[in-house]
Ligand binder design. Structure first.
Ligand code: IPM
Ligand code: MG
Length: 356
C-alpha cells in the first residue's frame, strides 16, 4: 500500500520525543510490513532559524503530499520576541489551516497503572475515558479582524470569535459519529448565555440531534464544564466545543490522566488525512535533558495508524505496549510514583519498542 509519513520534530522536547516515536514506527513498519516511507522537515522555531519562516513552503509541500504527519511540538522563549507572524505557533496554526485539519480529537484515557499519578482522587478518575472533539481551524484563533492598534493614545488588542453554521455542522457531525461508536453521549460546550457565536453553536448542534436519535445530547456552559471536569469527569463521554474552549478544556482533561505527557491527539481533514501530535507543548524548561515523556507522541502514532492508515490492529499493538511498560513500573519524571522505576526519554522509548 506504500504510505508516506512526514515527521516534523519542531522545537524544545519535540525532537527528543519524536525520535522515540520514530523508533516505534520503524519497528511496526518492519513487523507488519507496512511499506511506510518516512520523511522529515523543519517546522516552528527550528524552521524560522534555518529559513526565516516557521512553516517554509517546502515543509508545507511535503505535508500536502504525505499520507499522515507526526508532529512534535513548537515554540520557546527564544522566539517570543520575533515578529508575530513569524512565531513558531503561527507555523502550526497555518499548517492546520492550510491542510483543513478542522477536527481535533483529544482522548483523555486513564491507564489504570497511573491512577495514583493524577492529582485527583483515584476513585474520581479511575476508568476515565473521555474524548474531546475540538474545532481546530476556526473560531477566535482565526477570526478577523484581529490585532493590536492605537486608539486614543493607548494600545487596544482585539480578536474575533466567529463560526458559520457549516463549520459548526461539520465538527458536530464528527462528534456525533464518534459518539455513536462509543457510549452515545455527546456534550456540547458553549457560553451561550453571553456569546452570540456560541448561541448559534448550541442551536446548530441541537438541530442535528434528530439525525442521531440514539445519541443523548446535552449542553453546558464552559465555566461549568471546567468545574465538572475536575469534580466528576466520568459523567462525560464525548465533548464537542470550539477552538479556544477546546484548547483549555483539553489541558485540564490531560491532568486527569496523571500528566499532560500522556495525552495524544489527531487533527483530521474531511478525508481523514491527519496530523498527529502530543497535546503538550515544547516544554523548553526540560528540553535537551532526556527526561521528557515520549508516551503522548507514541500514543499519537497509534492514533495515526488507526485513523489515517486504517490499521487499528497496529494501533492496538502500540497501545498495549505502552500499557505493558507502565505495568512494568517504568515511569518518566512527570508520572513517577513510589515503588516505580524512573527512566528517561530514550529508555522509555526503548522499553515500548521491546514490549511491542
Ligand atoms: C495546542 C497548543 C496550540 C494551540 C498552540 C501551541 C498554538 O496549545 O495544540 O493545544 O493553542 O492550539
Ligand atoms: Mg493547548
Amino acid at each position: 500500500m506504500s504510505k508516506n509519513i512526514l515527521v516534523l520534530p519542531g522545537d524544545g522536547i519535540g525532537p527528543e520525543i519524536v525520535a522515540e516515536a520514530v523508533k516505534v514506527l520503524e519497528k511496526v513498519n518492519a513487523d507488519f510490513q507496512l511499506d511506510i516511507s518516512i520523511d522529515e522537515a523543519l517546522v516552528g522555531g527550528a524552521a524560522y532559524d534555518a529559513a526565516g519562516d516557521p512553516l517554509p513552503e517546502k515543509t508545507l509541500d511535503k505535508a500536502r503530499q504525505a499520507d499522515a504527519i507526526l508532529f512534535g511540538s513548537i515554540g520557546g522563549p527564544k522566539w517570543d520576541a520575533i515578529e508575530r507572524d513569524k512565531r513558531p505557533e503561527r507555523g502550526l496554526l497555518r499548517l492546520r489551516s492550510s491542510l483543513g485539519l478542522f477536527a481535533n480529537l483529544r482522548p483523555a484515557i486513564l491507564f489504570p497503572q497511573l491512577a495514583s499519578a493524577s492529582t485527583l482522587k483515584p476513585e474520581v478518575v479511575s476508568g476515565l475515558d473521555i474524548l474531546i472533539v475540538r474545532e481546530l481551524t476556526g473560531g477566535i484563533y482565526f477570526g478577523q479582524p484581529r490585532g493590536i492598534r492605537e486608539e486614543n493614545g493607548e494600545r487596544v488588542g482585539f480578536n474575533t470569535d466567529v463560526y458559520s453554521e457549516s463549520e459548526i455542522r461539520r465538527i458536530a457531525r464528527v462528534a456525533f459519529e464518534l459518539a455513536m461508536a462509543r457510549d452515545k453521549r455527546l456534550l456540547s460546550v458553549d457560553k451561550a448565555n453571553v456569546l452570540e457565536v456560541t448561541e448559534l453553536w448550541k442551536e446548530v448542534v441541537d438541530s442535528m440531534s434528530a439525525e442521531y436519535p440514539d445519541v443523548e445530547v446535552s449542553h453546558m456552559y464552559v465555566d461549568n464544564a471546567a468545574m465538572q471536569l475536575v469534580r466528576a469527569p466520568k459523567q462525560f463521554d464525548v465533548i464537542v466545543t470550539g477552538n479556544l474552549f477546546g484548547d483549555i478544556l483539553s489541558d485540564e482533561a490531560a491532568m486527569l490522566t496523571g500528566s499532560i505527557g500522556m495525552l495524544p491527539s489527531a487533527s483530521l481533514d474531511e478525508n481523514r488525512k491527519g496530523l498527529y501530535e502530543p497535546c503538550h507543548g515544547s516544554a523548553p524548561d526540560i528540553a535537551g535533558q532526556g527526561i521528557a515523556n515520549p508516551l503522548a507522541t507514541i500514543l499519537s502514532l497509534a492514533m495515526l495508524m488507526r485513523y489515517s492508515l486504517e490499521r487499528g490492529d497496529v494501533a492496538d499493538v502500540i497501545e498495549a505496549a505502552v500499557e505493558r511498560v507502565l505495568e512494568q513500573g517504568l515511569r518518566t519524571a512527570d508520572i513517577m510514583a513510589d515503588g516505580c522505576t524512573p527512566v528517561g526519554t530514550q529508555a522509555m522509548g526503548d522499553a515500548v519498542v521491546a514490549a511491542l
